[in-house]
Design a protein around this ligand. Sequence first.
Ligand SMILES: CCCCCCCC/C=C\CCCCCCCCCCCCCCCC(=O)SCCNC(=O)CCNC(=O)[C@H](O)C(C)(C)COP(=O)(O)OP(=O)(O)OC[C@H]1O[C@@H](n2cnc3c(N)ncnc32)[C@H](O)[C@@H]1OP(=O)(O)O
Ligand SMILES: Cc1cc2nc3c(=O)[nH]c(=O)nc-3n(C[C@H](O)[C@H](O)[C@H](O)COP(=O)(O)OP(=O)(O)OC[C@H]3O[C@@H](n4cnc5c(N)ncnc54)[C@H](O)[C@@H]3O)c2cc1C
Length: 699
Amino acid sequence: MTSYIKIPSHLTPSDPQGSELLARERSKATFDVNELTLALYGAEELSRFKRILKILESDPILDKSNIYYMGRTELFKYALRKDKRIIQLAATHKWNVDEFKIASRLVDMSGPYSIHQSMFLPTILGQGTEEQKRKFLNPAIRHEIIGCYAQTELGHGSNVQGLETTSTYIPETDEFEIHTPHLTAAKWWAGGLGRTANHSVVMARLITNGQDKGPHPFIVQIRDLTTHEPLPGITIGDIGPKFGFNTTDNGFMLFDHVRIPRFNMLSKFSQVTKGTGEYKKPPNEKLSYGTMVFVRSVIIFNAGLALARAATISVRYSAVRRQFVDKENPMILPNGQVVETAVLDYTMQQYRLFPVIAQAYAIYFTGEIITNLYKQYIDQSSRGDFSLLADLHASTSGLKSLTSGIAVDSIEDCRRACGGHGYSNFSGFTRFYQDYLPNTTWEGDNYILTQQTARYLFKTYREIIHSKQQSEEFSLRSNESPTIFYMLRYLSNPSQKCTVISPSDFKNPEVQLAIYGYRAAYLIARAVDQIDNHKKSWNSMLVEINRISRAHCQYILVHNFILTLQPQTSDSMNEKRRILHNSPSLKTVLTSVCNLFALHTMEKNLSEFLESGYLSPKQSEMLRVQISESLNEIRPNAVALVDAFYLPDYLLNSALGRYDGKVYETMIEWASKEPLNGITLDINPYSEKLFRNDVKAKI
Ligand SMILES: CCCCCCCC/C=C\CCCCCCCCCCCCCCCC(=O)SCCNC(=O)CCNC(=O)[C@H](O)C(C)(C)COP(=O)(O)OP(=O)(O)OC[C@H]1O[C@@H](n2cnc3c(N)ncnc32)[C@H](O)[C@@H]1OP(=O)(O)O
Ligand SMILES: Cc1cc2nc3c(=O)[nH]c(=O)nc-3n(C[C@H](O)[C@H](O)[C@H](O)COP(=O)(O)OP(=O)(O)OC[C@H]3O[C@@H](n4cnc5c(N)ncnc54)[C@H](O)[C@@H]3O)c2cc1C
């Protein structure tokens, strides 16, 4: 890349150098970083990751050094080029889907093919018949056709039942007619639709024999495969600039009585019979919403990685960045020189950043568990058993909402913790934050989704009460699902109290689970009473409902973290868990991280724990003492804990979060490449000219 300013090469940062500071941090770690990385990813995935990283890093088309200086059109072209390049590399190196996903994660830029890969393919895979997969899935996997997922409309997104686009069965020709009846029915937002896709999954109301059967998915070819022009009756465009995600062409689309063959209705679960138009119902009404459940599970996993990335940048930078001398505890170099204190040593900075490390680990472990649950559901549903769906939908809805909300807040907290440099694009936070932001809205707005979780919890609670009234069939059994277990424990004695008598009692996982479980059950019991006995409307309860979903999902995150650290029977333990359980030093450090997650989250929601009366004000004081203790425990391991995530510089693209700590050298080098530095301005206010000449001589 071109430099427009020559930086004197003899200047270096004042001592100690960033690399030295990070090396000192790394030497303080009480555990083996490589071992923790292996425990997170496993040897096989890690070696694939390294192999793919090497290929991407050395590929000139996937070079990221220019992207911070690009405008939207340039960025979009870059994104299209890199999307094509990944596909070419996948073919050359014979990557499978998992390897393709690793490459996409590392390149880290949504592009015109992103929704093709994340929603178009999974929808055909999940909802198409074998014949439909042969016709659409195979060419789509080869990227011979490019698809998008057009569900949301200008007037409706959250309320899927309220979609207006129609798909009417025409028995005479055995076709469906797709139509946009109003402006509000215009398809809006679909990623890849604006300029790229030639096919689309269109969610439209199925009308047959005059009856409206609600939204169903249809495959519609939308552009000519040769000219790339929209097909007759279809109007398409890009929806314009956005807060972020500008590397993807989100689009709008209008249909004017467009005909498609009956074959194009995705028919794995529900069908329309040729000629008679008879409708065959799916085994579960919500199977056509399946892609959303899948993507929500991916969003949960991705939230853990987003947090790991934010923590990596801010923790490494805080170890390099120094301000003031802490006179009571000065930083002294081996040569006796007193230097300014690394900002990571200020307790306020620790209180802001270490909980983010803890959130990253907590959500990573739950992400793995949810991914496995999703796989289990797919396995069972392929045999016609959909019994896991309700539970999976409830947990993915609430966890998607909670984890993406945590991630968005914490990315911004980490950015601010980097002070002024956090505001520069070179921090690696700006595009990262902007592109992450829609995770709180897409795939279900985070507030709306919590209603799905709370409704499921109310149902479960009512079932328990009902069964308890019928018989004593439900007794407190530790092998119950965690949800039923905490509800039963609460019901066994609703006026129980927390047993903590000293700060360190808060480190007991049983105590933590009892506190979280009581708070969730108390809120559920109170809301069910309000709805059932005091006839409170659903709308009047929405704030409480949101609280309940959050309380339940926080319980699940804490429960899963504790479970991950508990010894399991060796045959059920996979390779990654075995590494963890065979290493006392890993268990010790992750136990501190788990405690911090549980206790810091408790403190942030303290009013709910106090109002139930389970926790006393005195105990809440002890909680704060213990949090401070946990921060101290984590301090020597902070850098090592983020290093263990193994997020390479190629991914971070951050001057502040570099592995080698060369923050200042990189900041000035990247600034020298700002194209604004290369134009010669005419600053005479009376001159008509803006620029003297185009570009200064290149250095
Ligand atoms: C070899 C190389 C080749 C390589 C090829 C490539 C390989 C691929 C590579 C990678 C692929 C993988 C990549 C990973 C992907 C990364 C993902 C991250 C990026 C994602 C980008 C996403 C972009 C965004 C896209 C979108 O936003 S699409 C639009 C999404 N829209 C929504 O989410 C709408 C939200 N609204 C709703 O879901 C619903 O309307 C509602 C709010 C749930 C309410 O629904 P409704 O009114 O219908 O129902 P209710 O009356 O509330 O409930 C009735 C009962 O139904 C139950 N219910 C509801 N929903 C569901 C559901 N989804 N599932 C199951 N059950 C459901 C509900 O619980 C009620 O039950 P009941 O028992 O109480 O009656
Ligand atoms: C970058 C981006 C990419 C997208 N990509 C796609 C795509 O590829 N395909 C696609 O189909 N869609 C896509 N979407 C659309 C996305 O899925 C929707 O925007 C999302 O589901 C939210 O729906 P909405 O916009 O209708 O919000 P609204 O429902 O209108 O929400 C507005 C406000 O009203 C509140 N609200 C609404 N209903 C209720 C209620 N019942 N109770 C309480 N509060 C309520 C919400 O909480 C929110 O605060 C994308 C969106 C974005 C931002």
